[in-house]
Write a protein that binds this ligand. Structure first.
Ligand code: HXC
Length: 258
């Protein structure tokens, strides 16, 4: 499928999406976000895909929402068109794991997009921040909420109120990045992680994603109860029989994704 603002391709069982507005530091305009949603839904519906990677280029994962698009918006323009909600929420509907491979700037909406992904792998040159306050606005794609939940209130306040950037090491310490690797190893690492996940039983992978995400939407006892029920349901899977039989027979499992 040919897109204007992204590239989308498959490598084995991994769907790879590259944000492609390099001259604008991958600023996230409505067209890009629409295409990103479309590509992700395509991979989500494709039985041949088990995990999705989103990346940018060496300088920028994404430097935020496109400021030139929204600079003259009125309140009515934003409200009536349901700005952000209309094309940024697709990623939340994607049921397969999404890995962000971040090099360079992940600012504003770029950091928010990374935090909407399930795993964030950062190159050593990555920089994360919520600089919207410089523009006379607040974060608007979940930055205040996800930073407070995934990192801490102190980091959320610090980043959102001062506009300072965190480097990759600080972002990893803060909890929004899962691994930091040298820039020239970023894509190898991200693809290897995606490939590994895509090799496991797809329904189990999807159920684990759903269960972990539940932790952010409910109480601990409800979350544990939900996990237990999902766990019980896995005994209906062919892949559970295969995975446990393979362990006992000391061989590699051959998952059929059902
Ligand atoms: C539109 C952008 C952009 C953006 C960069 N560009 N970020 N255009 N929207 N968010 C454009 C620049 O205008 C410039 O265009 C080109 O990309 C290269 O950027 P430079 O500034 O020349 O590069 P550099 O000096 O290396 O600085 C990189 C940078 C800086 C630190 C990333 O561009 C920057 O501060 N960008 C804005 C970051 C930001 O405020 N993000 C939050 C956006 S608001 P020309 O034509 O001059 O070459 C947001 C709201 C979230 O995300 C709410 C909902 C999503």
């Amino acid at each position: 499928m040919a897109y204007e603002c992204i590239h989308a391709t498959t490598r084995g069982r991994v769907g790879l999406i590259t944000l492609n507005r390099p001259k604008q530091m991958n600023a996230l305009n409505p067209k890009l976000m629409q295409e990103l949603g479309e590509a992700m839904y395509g991979f989500d519906a494709d039985d041949g895909v088990g995990a999705i990677v989103i990346t940018g280029n060496d300088k920028a994962f994404a430097a935020g929402a496109d400021i030139t698009v929204m600079k003259n918006y009125s309140y009515m323009d934003a409200f009536r068109s349901n700005y952000i909600t209309r094309d940024w929420e697709h990623i939340r509907n994607v049921r397969k794991p999404v890995i962000a491979a971040v090099a360079g700037y992940a600012l504003g909406g770029g950091n928010e997009l990374a935090m909407m992904c399930d795993i964030v792998i950062a190159a050593e040159n990555a920089k994360f921040g919520q600089p919207e306050i410089n523009l006379g606005v607040s974060p608007g794609a979940g930055g205040t909420q996800r930073l407070a939940r995934f990192a801490s209130k102190a980091k959320a306040m610090d980043l959102c109120l001062t506009a300072r950037m965190m480097d990759a090491a600080e972002a990893e310490r803060a909890g929004i990045v899962s691994r930091v690797v040298p820039l020239d190893k970023l894509m190898d690492e991200a693809m290897a992680v995606a490939d590994k996940i895509a090799g496991y039983s797809l329904p189990v992978v999807m159920m684990i994603k759903e269960t972990v995400n539940r932790a952010y939407e409910t109480t601990l006892s409800e979350g544990v109860h939900y996990e237990r029920r999902i766990f019980h349901s896995m005994f209906s899977l062919d892949d559970q029989k295969e995975g446990m039989a393979a362990f006992v027979e000391k061989r590699k499992p051959d998952f059929k994704h059902r």
